[in-house]
Design a protein around this ligand. Structure first.
Ligand code: NDP
Length: 333
């Protein structure tokens, strides 16, 4: 095992704002794992929209300086002393989800870390963990999608959107996907959508009703938020589920719940972290996701591996709707 250095590359913010607040440092102290923690040398770090919410201040950072980033793939290089390590040991290839991922090393509570199956190629863990688990828990627990169900997925060429299309296809749903360009719609089709709509200029509601024989869809998976919320409600069938799981276009405005009575609609604002808060939930969903990836040969779509020093460009691309699939960071560069 290579020795662990004293300092490392990493990105911190000391205040909220645009991407100019992201500071790439080369001399951050390497964290020490406490009891029940493991120190992971990160090989690939996932970029997620949530990172931009903490950077901008839409979600409050607990304190400053703050290290963004919620997930990574790497190798355990050290373990804390006492505490349950869930069988993890030095040298294990792992993925993890917690906080403080934008760096070469992160000390992570062992309960937030799982081993990667040997057959999973490099990058696949980091490119599938947070967004793949989001998609899996959404279609299982937010609305349990059944074979033959008609569902609507917005921003379907994005990281989470493509995972939704892939997993919905594997359960046999009819997925209507939206995106803003023909190239993105093509990717949504490749990922498994059965019908696509360009929501930048087509009449989404009319097309959804036409495809579903006037009924509407039984569930809408809406990570776009503010700009699509009303549209999503209008596309739902009677007794449908409105799953509003993100704010890519801004936070949804407050609204009167009496609007749900028009079609007996269920409304949920789920976050992944509340579906997998217990260790057994995190472990079993991760195992199921990796098993599906291996069995169904589900390759994650990787937009680009950015050097960590160019994280500002990565976040600008993500917020500027220039990306498709997953954005990763190489923390060594
Ligand atoms: P994506 O890769 O999906 O990127 C966001 C996409 O949203 C864009 O590519 C764009 O696609 C679409 N979009 C529509 N309007 C806007 C806008 N005004 N500004 C920017 N993008 C817009 O990102 P992620 O997969 O990381 O996240 C997607 C959503 O899912 C986010 O809202 C995120 O917060 C949420 N999420 C929620 C989780 C949870 O636990 N609740 C977990 C993971 C993600 P197009 O050009 O086709 O419109």
């Amino acid at each position: 095992m290579a020795s662990v250095p004293q300092t490392m590359k990493g990105v911190i913010i000391e205040k909220t704002g645009g991407t100019e607040v992201l500071q790439h440092k080369t001399d951050l102290p390497v964290p020490q794992p406490k009891d029940g923690e493991v120190l992971v040398k990160n090989d690939f770090v996932g970029v997620n929209f949530i990172d931009t919410y903490f950077r901008s201040g839409l979600y409050p950072a607990p304190s400053f300086p703050y290290v963004l980033g919620r997930e990574a793939e790497g190798t355990i290089v050290k373990t804390g002393g006492a505490g349950d390590l869930y069988g993890l040991k030095e040298g294990d290839k792992v993925v993890w989800m917690n906080t403080g991922a934008y760096g070469e090393y992160t000390a992570v509570p062992a309960e937030k870390v799982v081993k990667v199956p040997d057959s999973l190629p490099p990058k696949v863990g980091a490119a599938s963990l947070l967004q793949g688990l989001t998609a899996l828990t959404l279609i299982r627990e937010a609305h349990h999608v059944q074979k033959g169900d008609w569902v609507l997925v917005h921003a379907a060429a994005g990281g989470t959107g493509q995972w939704l299309c892939k997993l919905l296809k594997s359960v046999g749903a009819n997925t209507i996907a939206t995106a803003s360009t023909p190239e993105k719609l093509e990717l949504a089709t490749k990922a498994g959508a059965s019908h696509v709509i360009n929501y930048s200029h087509e009449d989404v509601k009319a097309k959804v009703l036409e495809l579903t024989g006037g009924k509407g869809v039984i569930a809408v998976f809406d990570g776009v938020g503010k700009s699509t919320f009303d549209l999503s409600l209008s596309c739902l069938a009677r007794k449908g589920s409105m799953l509003s799981f993100g704010n890519a276009s801004g936070a949804v405005e407050p609204f009167a719940i009496s609007r749900l009575s028009a079609k007996n609609v269920r409304l949920m604002r789920p976050t992944l972290f509340n579906f997998i808060a217990e260790r057994h939930e995190f472990e079993s969903y991760t195992k199921e996701l990796f098993d599906m990836i291996i069995k169904d040969n589900l390759e994650p779509s990787i937009h680009e591996v950015y050097p960590l020093s160019e994280v500002g460009r990565a976040q600008n691309d993500l917020e500027g709707r220039k990306t498709t699939g997953k954005l990763l960071l190489d923390p060594t560069k």
